[in-house]
Design a binder for this molecule. Structure first.
Ligand code: OAD
Length: 246
C-alpha cells in the first residue's frame, strides 16, 4: 500500500489534528524560515525577532514586519490550506494548530485554528495591551495605539518569549486527545511547538508527516509523505473520500 493510501486510512478514522509550519504556505509565495531561500538565510533572527531587537531599533523591526505583512495581505490560500479546511467540513479534522502567522488557514475556511506564534495581521500595544487588527500595512514608521498612543508592536511571538498560554493549553489538549496528527511543512526545530507531535504520539496517535525533506520527526512518523503539501494534501483528501464512500 502506498503512503497516501495508508495516510488516508488513518485520516478516515477521524479525530485528526493538523500541525502546520511555514512549508504549508510556501506555495502561496510566503518564504519559509530554514532551508534554501529561507528567511533565516538572509536575515538574522536576533536582529529582527527578539524583544531586545525591538527595544534597540523598533523602526527596523517594524519595517521587516510591514514587508512580511504586505506579502501576507496579497497572498491567497493554496490547495494545502483548502484541503485542510475541507477535512474539517467533512467532520474528520478537529483543528489546525499552526506556527504560521499569516492567517491563510482562516482565509481558506478553516474554523478552528490555534495560532501558537501570534499573527502578522495584528499589533499589540506595548503600554496597555490593546490589540489592533491590521487589514493594511501601517503607514507610520512607528505605529501607535489608538487607545493610549503607546508604541504598538507586531502581535507575534519572538525568540525568548513565551507562547500565548491559552493557545498552548488548547494545543496540548488537542495533541493529547487526537487519533492522528498530520504534521505538515515544519522542520520541527522550534520548541515548545515541536513537542506537540511527541505529545500526540505518546497519547497513542498516529503521525503522518508531509514535508519536502526529512525532519527530526521522520524516524517516529507512521507515514512520511515526501513532496509539496499543495499537491499531496488534495490527493489525500480524494483518497479519504474514496474510502468513506465505499
Ligand atoms: P521552517 O522554515 O523551519 O521549515 C519549513 C519546512 O517545510 C521544511 O522542513 C521544508 O522542507 C518544508 N517545506 C517547504 N516547502 C514545502 C512545501 N511546499 N510542502 C511541504 N513542505 C515544505 O518552518 P517552521 O517549522 O514553521 O518561529 O518554523 C518554525 C518556527 O521557526 C516559525 O514559526 C518561526 C521560525 O523561527 C517564530 O518566529 C517564533
Amino acid at each position: 500500500m502506498n503512503g497516501i493510501s495508508l495516510a488516508a486510512r488513518l485520516v478516515a478514522r477521524g479525530r485528526v489534528v493538523a500541525f502546520t509550519g511555514a512549508g504549508v504556505s510556501a506555495e502561496s509565495g510566503i518564504p519559509t524560515f530554514r532551508g534554501r531561500g529561507g528567511l533565516w538565510e538572509r536575515f538574522k533572527p536576533e536582529e529582527l525577532a527578539t524583544p531586545e531587537a525591538f527595544a534597540r531599533d523598533p523602526a527596523r523591526v517594524w519595517a521587516w514586519y510591514k514587508w512580511r505583512l504586505s506579502l501576507v495581505l496579497s497572498a491567497k490560500p493554496n490547495p494545502a490550506h483548502l484541503a485542510l479546511a475541507e477535512l474539517e467540513r467533512m467532520g474528520l479534522l478537529t483543528a489546525v494548530i499552526t506556527q504560521n502567522v499569516d492567517g491563510l488557514h482562516q482565509a481558506a475556511g478553516s474554523k478552528r485554528v490555534v495560532e501558537l506564534h501570534g499573527s502578522l495581521r495584528r499589533a499589540r500595544c506595548t503600554r496597555c495591551g490593546f490589540k489592533v487588527r491590521l487589514s493594511r500595512v501601517p503607514e507610520e514608521e512607528l505605529p501607535r495605539c489608538p487607545a493610549c498612543r503607546g508604541l504598538l508592536r507586531p502581535d507575534v511571538v519572538w525568540f525568548g518569549e513565551s507562547l500565548p498560554a491559552d493557545a498552548w493549553l488548547e494545543a496540548v489538549e488537542l495533541a493529547s486527545s487526537c487519533k492522528c496528527m498530520l504534521v505538515i511543512g515544519t522542520s520541527c526545530a522550534v520548541y515548545p511547538a515541536a513537542s506537540l507531535p511527541l505529545i500526540a504520539k505518546r497519547g497513542g496517535a498516529a503521525l503522518v508527516e508531509v514535508s519536502l525533506e526529512a525532519t527530526p520527526l521522520t524516524a517516529i512518523a507512521d507515514v512520511s509523505l515526501r513532496g509539496r503539501a499543495g499537491e499531496l494534501l488534495p490527493l489525500l483528501v480524494d483518497e479519504v473520500k474514496r474510502l468513506i464512500s465505499r
